[in-house]
Design a protein around this ligand. Structure first.
Ligand code: FES
Length: 174
């Protein structure tokens, strides 16, 4: 059974799951705003270890991520499948942004990496990328079960972030 470490916490996973799944299940700080439709980019992450345990980048990831980003280990966790049983470690963009923001709010700007050029190109590319992604997203229409699971996971993540306590596999199965 593969282990996935997300922002320093290790969770169990199943081969065939998406990288985002153990994070959602355990309330890790990983985004899933569009519920895995490849639109919102909130599940973006960087693979630190275990790239060879993951599926190749799919078409949706190739729309949103440049080859340089893919080469640097960046992935969309909702599009990336766990294919091997080895250890995987990722850091999420959501957690990185939170760390930068909390440092900035404390007055420490040394760790803040606002890249205006990258933000600009992301903003300019967004409409085109969105249009290219929608045909893929349209194949995943929501159903009642999916909507229930979505909100259950949202409340789990929010509850965990406000409580601040760690929850591990088996502690919070809905
Ligand atoms: S959850 Fe929206 S792009 Fe992955």
């Amino acid at each position: 059974m593969p282990n996935v470490t997300i922002n320093g916490e290790t969770f169990t996973a199943q081969t065939g799951e998406r990288l985002v799944d153990p994070g959602r299940r355990n309330g890790a700080h990983i985004g899933f705003f569009c519920d895995g439709r490849g639109i919102c980019q909130t599940c973006a992450c960087r693979v630190v270890k275990g790239n060879d345990q993951l599926s190749e980048p799919n078409e949706v990831e190739r729309i949103w991520l440049s080859q340089a980003q893919l080469d640097a280990g960046e992935r969309l966790a909702c599009q990336t499948q766990i294919t091997g049983a080895g250890a995987i470690e990722i850091e999420t963009r959501a957690e990185d942004m939170r760390n930068q923001l909390s440092a900035a709010l404390r007055g420490d700007l040394s760790g803040v990496r606002v890249d205006v050029a990258t933000l600009g190109s992301m903003a300019l590319g967004f409409p085109v990328n969105l249009a290219r992604t929608l045909p893929h997203a349209a194949s995943r229409l929501p159903n009642l079960e999916g909507i229930n699971a979505y909100f259950s996971d949202v409340f789990r993540v929010l509850g965990r972030m406000t409580a601040g306590g760690a929850k591990r596999d088996g502690e919070d199965k809905a």
